[in-house]
Ligand binder design. Structure first.
Ligand SMILES: [Fe+2]
Length: 472
């Protein structure tokens, strides 16, 4: 039986396909439409999904009736009806409940605390749940307009960046700023008691401190915003420990992408699971799991468009040794924002000039860092922590590999296990055998502001436009 999960009409729409209890496809809509963070489904993704069969049920990631009420209050428009594409009954589940189910039922835990921090769904913005067996119990909620995510997006916009898209750039900028300069002002002007905010930040805060307008001012706002977020996040985790007695944490919501803050969980929980697409895109999976209400066997994030494998790893490593940088577009695309070897731009991290060269290819700001991938066996030699899905920015031990470190010497590392991606693991092993270095620079195969390369046509366009070889 085929079931579809849909997250759409807000930002970064996605579609997942289940065959029984197995996820057989999941992708963001943007990969097919080529519109960054596309809020709507498109014919291409729907046609690709229909290759797996017609759905008998569709599970929608939030409750449109509650959302409509909130949208009426905040003056936003009504939602588009998916039924114009596919005729199947639609089941609706609450936004935070789908986040919670998506996280918990893809985890290995049979009991845990679930923490969800995001911008806004219907009304909930921060929830804490107790999960036991197949049951989830809401233990705490903070509701709109009070929202940690909305505030972080408002600060992103205040720094001249795009809200709901560039939050990760703000996080990267924070390492260049002085957090002591503005943190007190941010607390005084925005932060109230018990995760309440002094202003409704849905419309941003562009009028906040008009005197701050230099590049260094923006870096300082970013630093103060990030440190304030980390204080709030710590408080959320402390609260969660008082509400749910567990050593296991499931962290979901768009704020779970804050890889600089995520290592804080190490202080509170023994085990943490963050689904690779913890934001609303992942809720296409969460909606189906809210419907099924049981654990599935999570096999990994390689769930998207399938390119197959044509090139050999020997060819790729030989090319890399001569040219330092190349693209990979092989197998199934990753679901979620991180390129984990199937839609990646990889480079020799030992070359100090490589960071500038890759930044030039990707048209990114010079301060932006690049992530590394390391063979699991060598992870501890190079990094203090990290995981297989690039969800934690942790200190790098290497003095030489500066191209894969941020200015604060952290790296958002992918620790590569053979079972996660055997082809990529073999490639990195071959690279290690030839160079003695078990690390590669690994960034997504896109340029700033564009979706990650999806199919063969995108590869051809990429090679022609950016003059970088892509192996598929
Ligand atoms: Fe959300």
């Amino acid at each position: 039986m085929i079931t579809w999960g849909i997250s759409s009409e807000s930002h970064n729409a996605s579609l997942s396909v289940f065959d029984g209890d197995e996820i057989i496809f999941a992708s963001e809509s943007e990969r097919f439409s080529r519109v960054k963070n596309d809020a709507y489904l498109n014919n291409n993704i729907i046609e690709y999904a229909l290759k797996f069969g017609h759905p008998e049920d569709i599970c929608w990631y939030e409750n449109p009736y509650k959302k409509q009420l909130r949208q009426l209050i905040s003056g936003q428009g009504w939602i588009q009806n998916v039924k114009k594409y596919v005729d199947a009954p639609i089941k609706y589940y609450d936004h935070h409940y789908t986040h919670a189910c998506g996280g918990y039922f893809t985890s290995k835990f049979d009991e845990c605390c679930i923490v969800i921090v995001d911008a806004i769904g219907e009304f909930q913005t921060l929830t804490i749940w107790e999960a036991k067996g197949n049951n989830l119990k809401l233990k705490y909620q903070r509701r709109y307009p009070h929202s940690i995510g909305l505030w972080y997006s408002a600060m992103t916009q205040r720094c001249g960046l795009k809200p709901n898209e560039d939050e990760y750039i703000l996080m990267g900028m924070s390492a260049y700023g002085d957090p002591s300069r503005l943190t007190c002002d941010i607390f005084d002007d925005f932060i109230g008691e018990d995760f309440k905010f002094k202003k409704n930040l849905h419309r941003g805060c562009l009028d906040w401190r008009p005197d701050l307008k230099t590049e260094q001012d923006y870096f300082d706002i970013a630093a103060a915003t990030q440190i304030t977020y980390e204080v709030l996040f710590r408080n959320v985790l402390e609260l969660s420990k008082t509400l749910v007695d567990s050593k296991n944490l499931v962290l979901m919501g768009g704020c779970a992408l804050n890889c600089s803050a995520n290592p804080i969980v190490y202080n509170y929980y023994d085990n943490t699971w963050i689904m690779p697409a913890p934001g609303d895109n992942g809720s296409s999976i969460g909606a189906v799991l809210a419907h099924k209400k049981k654990h599935i066997d999570w096999k990994g994030p390689y769930l998207g468009y399938d390119m197959g494998y044509k090139s050999t790893n020997t060819e790729i490593v030989d090319y890399l040794l001569e040219n330092k940088i190349c693209g990979l577009a092989r197998g199934k695309a990753e679901f979620g924002p991180r390129a984990l070897g199937n839609r990646s731009l990889i480079a020799d991290p030992r070359d100090p000039s490589v960071k500038d060269r890759v930044n030039e290819i990707k048209r990114r700001q010079k301060f932006r860092p690049f992530a590394p991938v390391v063979l699991e066996e060598f992870a501890e030699d190079y990094f203090y922590g990290g995981n297989n899905y690039m969800q934690y920015a942790v200190k790098c031990k290497s003095k030489e590999l500066t191209s894969i470190q941020h200015i604060d010497t952290t790296s958002r590392v992918q620790i590569l296990k053979k079972e996660d991606n055997p082809q990529f693991y073999d490639l990195l092993t071959l690279w290690y055998e030839k160079t003695g270095c078990p690390v590669l620079l690994n960034t997504s195969l896109n340029i700033k502001g564009e979706p990650i390369v999806n199919d063969y046509d995108d590869v051809v366009k990429w090679q022609k436009t950016y003059k970088v070889k892509v192996f598929n």
